[in-house]
Design a protein around this ligand. Structure first.
Ligand SMILES: [Zn+2]
Length: 137
């Protein structure tokens, strides 16, 4: 049974576990270590590691507050903008609390971005553990 009736990625009505619009398969559980914490992510930034920090929120939210050097691709635009991302790079997705970005990390893995991850707790936990100057909304 799937209790989500609308695809969390593209917003289409769901009739089963797999979205007929973007192909997102909601029956997939977390594969391996899909989550990474704010402190570990911040270490990567400090060490100048080569990865993509992907903001999947609405542009209004990005305008309100964001993590530096992140790329904005709103969740519902992600299926049509996959060509803007590098499959060879690690991609760490984030949103407000880590729910939407978990779906986007799973979706990216299903599309061949094997090192896609979710920033645990989103910008909320980032505020608490890394940078309190971020707006907690
Ligand atoms: Zn979909």
């Amino acid at each position: 049974m799937f209790y989500i009736s609308i695809c969390p990625i593209c917003g289409m009505d769901l009739t089963g576990a797999k979205c007929g619009g973007c192909g997102y398969d909601l029956s997939t559980k977390n594969e391996g270590s899909i989550e990474i914490g704010p402190k570990a992510t911040n270490e990567k930034i400090k060490n100048n590691e080569d990865f993509i920090l992907l903001d999947v929120r609405h542009p209004n939210e990005n305008e309100l507050t964001k993590i530096e050097n992140s790329v904005l691709i709103p969740l519902n635009e992600l299926p049509n903008r996959l060509n803007e991302l590098d499959k060879k790079k690690q991609i760490i997705c984030y949103c407000r609390t880590g729910n939407r970005s978990l779906h986007s990390a799973r979706f990216l893995r299903q599309k061949g971005f094997t090192d896609a991850k979710n920033l645990k707790g989103g910008i909320h936990l980032w505020h608490d553990e890394v940078d309190s100057s971020k707006v907690k909304y």
